[in-house]
Write a protein that binds this ligand. Structure first.
Ligand code: 2PG
Ligand code: MG
Length: 414
């Protein structure tokens, strides 16, 4: 019998930090134990795997007990690819619509965790081996809008910062926390009645325009950069599929609707005006062409596909051929298995694109994403700045840094 032979599995419903019902899976092996839960998105891509089967959480629970658990018993948890392939076979659909993506990714991650404990190694090492020693730069959102603020805040979903000049993860996190804190004081200067409200990802949610939000974050980032002496860059997630109504991009707060060309001009203006380093989903999830046009002009920036690629190696390969992006969001739950997410990250790297491991807006207290980022070698991790589900992952990066000891170093950015 293999050392990490799966001897028992358990599933239960649990909740994300936002209150979405999700699934948590426990995996017991001869010498190990692992537990993981699926996060849940709000601005989901059309081509993501299906989160739950049609019958909802009840059907996901019963399918797990009837179909999944009996099939995985006795499998070697250390053979992640074989377990993940079995999950796909049991499901039998293209998009995990039978067992549900939530059950699939929770199982896949719990299996990885169980294997790592059975083998007596840190999870990042189990996932990435001896090459897993680069710690990612934390990309965190400071001000939130779009769907994440009920359409009442800035139209742009996320205004983000990344401390690209930090020499170690302690400094990197310190910079992000300072920016988050100081941005509140700046918001209060613009709107003294702001209550200090934060969204699901812990980003402030003032009722200001996208450009006001960008100006605030830009000025605070510059001030903190001067204070700490390490370069900080800013970025946005436009989550443009959420703005797109089929014909135009509708900016509710601004009271403007932009056509395809106008959207391109607007994104260019934002990049130039705020010297954006990172631009996620500037166009809707079908528009590879506009992505390619933008990329052509800004090869030195991270033009990143999230809903565009949905952590799917095939879509990444199409996008890479068209020159549609320089970066790719890796959300394991979008794909349903760790192996699928790993293949997506490998595809990105092999085509010269930067992979970015990412949380979801409805996330859990699990820290696993930090191990995925280090194990898969993504140079950036997008995991917010504030709130327990966010700091769970960020604090784990500090532990991984310490665990790596003298081998630890910050990842290399493009
Ligand atoms: C995104 C994510 C995370 P959601 O769009 O990148 O910030 O949001 O999980 O709601 O899809
Ligand atoms: Mg996104």
């Amino acid at each position: 019998m293999p050392e990490a032979s799966i001897s028992d599995l358990w599933i239960r419903r649990v909740y994300t930090g936002r209150g979405d019902v999700t699934l948590e899976v426990e995996v017991y092996t001869e010498g190990g134990y692992g537990r993981a839960a699926a996060p849940a998105g709000a601005s989901r891509g059309k081509y993501e795997v299906r989160y739950l089967p049609d019958g909802g959480i009840e059907e996901a629970l019963s399918n797990f007990e009837k179909l999944v658990a009996p099939e995985l018993l006795g499998m070697d948890a250390a053979e992640q690819a074989a377990v993940d392939m079995r999950l796909a076979e049991i499901d039998g659909t293209e998009d995990f619509s039978r067992i549900g993506g939530a059950a699939a990714i929770a199982t896949s991650m719990a299996v990885a965790r169980a294997a790592a404990t059975a083998l007596g190694m840190p999870l990042y090492y189990h996932l990435g081996g001896a090459l897993a020693r680069n710690v990612p730069y934390p990309l965190g959102n400071v001000i939130g809008g779009g769907k994440h603020s009920r359409g009442l805040g800035p139209d742009v979903q996320e205004i983000l910062v990344v401390p690209v000049g930090a020499d170690d993860i302690y400094t990197a996190l310190d910079i992000n926390v300072r920016i988050h804190r100081d941005v509140l004081s700046e918001i209060l200067k613009t709107d003294p009645s702001f209550t200090g409200g934060k969204n699901d990802e812990g980003a402030w949610t003032p009722r200001v325009s996208s450009e006001t939000a960008l100006k605030i974050v830009q000025s605070v980032a510059k001030a903190v950069q001067r204070e700490v002496g390490a370069e900080v860059r800013i970025g946005v997630d436009m989550a443009a599929s959420s703005l797109w109504d089929g014909e135009k991009y509708v900016y509710r707060n601004e009271g403007v609707a932009r056509g395809v060309r106008e959207q391109l001009e607007y994104v260019k203006a934002l990049i130039d005006r705020y010297d954006l380093y990172y631009v996620e989903d500037p166009f809707h999830e079908e528009d590879f062409n506009s992505f390619a046009e933008l990329c052509d002009m800004y090869e030195d920036r991270l033009i990143v596909g999230d809903d565009l690629f949905v952590t799917n190696a095939e879509r990444i390969s199409i996008g890479a051929r068209m020159g549609a992006a320089t970066g790719v969001i890796i959300k394991p739950d979008q794909r349903g298995t760790l192996t699928g997410a790993y293949e997506a990250a490998r595809m990105a790297v092999s085509r010269g694109l930067t992979p970015i491991a990412s949380h979801r807006s409805g996330d859990t207290e699990y820290e696993l994403l930090a191990h995925v980022a280090v194990g898969f070698g993504t140079p950036i991790i997008k995991a917010g700045i504030m709130g327990g589900e966010r700091t769970a992952k960020l604090n784990e990066l500090l532990r991984i840094w310490d665990d790596l000891g003298r081998a630890a170093r910050m990842a290399r950015l493009r």
